[in-house]
Write a new protein. Structure first.
Length: 210
């Protein structure tokens, strides 16, 4: 029996189409799931949505501008939380350290700059990998502590030094610092919080629930 080529191609085309459709649906599910997680984290964040958006914009603008100032002579990390900017990393000299800070201060919506840059050569890949691991361990430890909300804190690690940022109460800040200090590999803990009252926290909860 002779089979026409088109008869073979049609089932094959249908199979390819089904596979593509399945992959597309799986991709949609991943996008929806990622969006849901991101939305939940944004809702749990004590910053306003406007402040969260501005913090992202500040970090992007700073990274873009600082390349021409630092180049290969340093390594600068920029973290913004509620329009307060933390600078960590290494720069060549005091002049570069001041230039970096001044450039960041000139960015729109920046309220304050914490300049923790060290005058030293750029850190190694091993050091940065270790810092990333420490940050992950601190975040997990904060999440395990049921007396505070891990989503209220931003954790930054540089050369084993942990910087904690966030809109928190004195009690929450002290608990978080104690938790971070107990994580292996942590050299020191620096609290850079913006303190709020317990009443402020309670007033934020209805907004987060919405």
């Amino acid at each position: 029996m002779q089979v026409k080529p088109g008869a073979l191609l049609r089932p094959l085309s249908q199979a390819v189409l089904c596979a593509a459709l399945l992959a597309s649906l799986q991709g949609c599910v991943a996008v929806v799931a990622a969006g849901a997680v991101g939305g939940a984290m944004a809702t749990a964040d004590r910053r306003s949505l406007g402040a969260q958006t501005e913090d992202k914009a500040i970090a992007v603008k700073a990274d873009t501008r600082l390349g021409s100032i630092v180049g290969d002579a340093g390594h600068v990390n920029v973290n913004s939380y509620n329009r307060k900017v933390l600078l960590t990393g290494e720069v060549r000299d005091e002049a570069m350290k001041r230039a970096v800070e001044n450039e960041v201060r000139s960015i729109a919506n920046v309220d304050n700059v914490f300049n923790e840059l060290a005058i030293a050569g750029p850190s190694s890949y091993t050091s940065r990998s270790s810092d990333t691991l420490i940050t992950s361990k601190v975040k997990l430890s904060l999440a395990d502590k049921n007396t505070i909300k891990a989503t209220s804190f931003k954790v930054v690690t540089e050369r084993g030094n942990v910087y904690l940022m966030g809109l928190v109460t004195q009690r929450e800040g002290n608990v978080a610092a104690q938790v971070a200090q107990g994580v292996s590999g942590v050299m020191s803990v620096v609290k850079m919080f913006e303190y709020i009252s317990e009443d402020d926290v309670r007033s934020m909860q209805p907004q987060q629930a919405q």
